[in-house]
Ligand binder design. Structure first.
Ligand SMILES: [Zn+2]
Length: 247
């Protein structure tokens, strides 16, 4: 079949290679998506082609279209199922005018031309496509293809409230739009945790989180000159109306 293989070497210079690796860690997405994009760029996702190359007893044909080998570039970009998703967003259509030899080359182009938001959206959409492909492979239920973009635009935050003996007394998860950064998501989670505690009439709380920067900003109580600074201020404001709120 007439499809460029992802095994083709990239034509990028060493400097351009470095720019891509640096660019990946600046993408404003959760760590799991950073890691996924990094693996995709390194051509180290377990595609059917790579599994077959490792002598696993699988056919290397894409299960969704049945026409081409399942490479990373095929699964995430060239497959008609992937194209239906990307071409539903006008910002990604122009990239189809150019042929790419690998996912790395595609990513390089997106990092060079896309806005911060669209680079993040590209990464999240690719991740959702890969998740959907894997779920189909394992005969698990999946979301309709046309919902892929909306799923990628949504991020989630989770809050768990424990009592003084560490037993979970309440939990919530909430979808939010594609945030500026993981720090913003963490700050929003802290704010939501405080508001949630008030809704449950819990008036003495200790807020914990995974992001050191956000925890430090919450502890500092000084003006926070970051994109998520207003969220930190809101968290302080909400926390001040509790009997005790420690970070
Ligand atoms: Zn396919």
């Amino acid at each position: 079949m007439d499809e460029v293989s992802c095994q083709e070497p990239s034509t990028s210079s060493p400097e351009e290679f470095q720019q891509v690796w640096k660019g990946i860690w600046k993408i404003r997405t959760p760590n799991r998506i950073h890691h996924f994009i990094w693996r995709a760029a390194r051509d180290s996702l377990p595609t059917k082609l790579s599994l077959k190359a490792r002598h696993l007893p699988v056919e290397d044909t894409c299960e969704l279209c049945g026409d081409f080998q399942e490479t990373i570039l095929h699964g995430l970009w060239l497959c008609e199922h992937a194209q239906a998703v990307w071409k539903s967003d006008i910002n990604f259509v122009p990239y189809y005018k150019k042929g790419f030899r690998s996912f790395f080359d595609l990513l390089e182009e997106v990092l060079r031309k896309g806005s911060t938001y669209h680079v993040a959206l590209f990464s999240s959409m690719a991740w959702c496509l890969w998740q959907r492909r894997n779920r189909l492979r394992m005969s698990q239920s999946v979301w309709p293809l046309h919902e892929n973009g909306e799923r990628a635009k949504g991020s989630g935050l989770g809050v768990v409230i424990r009592n003084c003996t560490s037993h979970v007394i309440a939990a919530l998860s909430q979808k939010i739009g594609l945030p500026h950064s993981m720090e913003t998501t963490e700050a929003l989670a802290a704010l939501r945790a405080i508001v949630f505690a008030k809704e449950l009439s819990v008036f003495k709380v200790v807020v914990e989180g995974d992001c050191l920067k956000v925890v430090q900003a919450l502890k500092a109580r000084a003006c926070c000159n970051t994109l998520y600074g207003t969220v930190i201020e809101d968290a302080h404001y909400q926390g001040a109306s509790l009997q005790a709120c420690h970070f």
